[in-house]
Write a protein that binds this ligand. Structure first.
Ligand code: UDP
Ligand code: MG
Length: 322
């Protein structure tokens, strides 16, 4: 295919968040390095390209490992956050750091689950004019049954609740500097990056790849964190839950009008005393709905509170590499 973009090759930064990954990093860091060297040798990217590891406040030897890599290899750089802030914040810190040096960035997990060979296709797509290229998993056969199905439910639920996101796309994606500069203007604290890039716009496309098994160590996304991410995604991107509550409120108002009619009718026909059961049912049911609604609204109020503080979303404690 003929390239649409002419001129010099891009400087690529691989942005890789790591949290307690000392087991897997010694295996995957050489893979990333090899990939970068191969891409440079093929004339796809410039030699100033780098791997940027973001240590998300790990408690194990991850940061020491990254420092050691960066001393040995000039291709490798690192930043370390002042404490564990979570995957999304770590990724944002890395992308904002990379923005100063790169033409294109590719974010990828450090555990080797995402196929690094898909990068070739991503860069090709960039040469064709795309500013954002989503990596999409087309095969989850190596995930456990539970992970596969819970992840599927995650995407369904997200879309149902109005938080649009690319199906089966995690955070393996190419983003050009132009888009990163726009991302900087999105100042929210509740981050759900994969839902934000579609909002930013620009020409985008997707490439598919097979998801492999984690090379070592355990997942840091147990069900609890996944639910938290879904919650942040939904309440951060959409107000559909509040609309649903309004809808439910309207529906139950109509139903209770019927209930009142029924109560009056039974009073007129002389059956009023035997109404205890139905009264209890209605009270319980509506009480439940009210509590649930208050909870959802409270969630948004809480989010607003957090956003108004305008706290920094991450703090970089240290840097390494040239
Ligand atoms: N991660 C992070 N901070 C966290 C949790 C995870 O930077 O608090 C990183 C982790 O090191 C990995 C990526 O986010 O590179 C994805 O995590 P993981 O592989 O555990 O999730 P899964 O692939 O199982 O969904
Ligand atoms: Mg993983």
């Amino acid at each position: 295919m003929e390239r649409k973009r002419m001129g010099a090759e891009p400087v690529l930064y691989l942005v890789i968040p790591c949290y307690n990954e000392e087991e897997v990093l010694p295996k995957t860091a050489p893979m990333f390095l090899e990939k970068l060297e191969a891409l440079t040798a093929a004339g796809q990217i410039r030699p100033e390209s780098r791997i940027l590891f973001v240590d998300d406040g790990s408690r194990d030897g991850t940061w020491q490992l990254i420092q050691a890599f960066s001393e040995k290899e000039e291709w490798i750089k690192g930043i370390s956050l002042s404490r564990n802030r979570g995957h999304q914040q770590a990724l944002l810190a890395g992308l904002m750091e990379a923005k100063q040096f790169c033409d294109i960035s590719i974010s990828i997990d450090c555990d080797g689950q995402d196929d690094i060979d898909a990068m070739d296709k991503m860069i090709d797509a960039w040469y064709q004019g795309a500013e954002v290229v989503y990596g999409v998993r087309d095969d989850r056969s190596t995930d456990t049954w539970f992970k596969r199905n819970s992840a599927q439910m995650f995407y369904r639920f997200m879309n149902l609740m109005g938080a649009e996101c690319v199906y089966n796309h995690a955070d393996y994606r190419l983003v050009s500097r132009r888009v990163l500069e726009e991302l900087e203007h999105y100042q929210e604290v509740n981050l759900f990056l994969r839902g934000m890039f579609p909002l930013i716009g620009f020409q985008s496309t997707a490439v598919s790849y097979k998801r492999a098994e984690r090379l070592a160590g355990d997942t840091h996304y147990p069900l609890k964190k996944m639910l938290a991410l879904a919650f942040d995604g939904i309440t951060g991107l959409s107000i559909r839950p509040i609309r649903l509550i309004t809808g439910a409120g309207a529906l139950f108002s109509c139903l209770s009008f019927l209930g009142v009619l029924y109560a009056i009718l039974s009073a007129l026909t002389g059956n009023a005393v035997s109404g205890w059961t139905s009264t209890m049912c209605v009270i319980c049911f509506l009480g439940g709905i009210q509590l649930l609604s208050l909870g959802v609204i409270g969630e948004y109020v809480g989010k607003t509170y957090l956003e108004t503080k305008r706290r920094p979303r991450y703090i970089i404690a240290e840097r390494c590499g040239r």
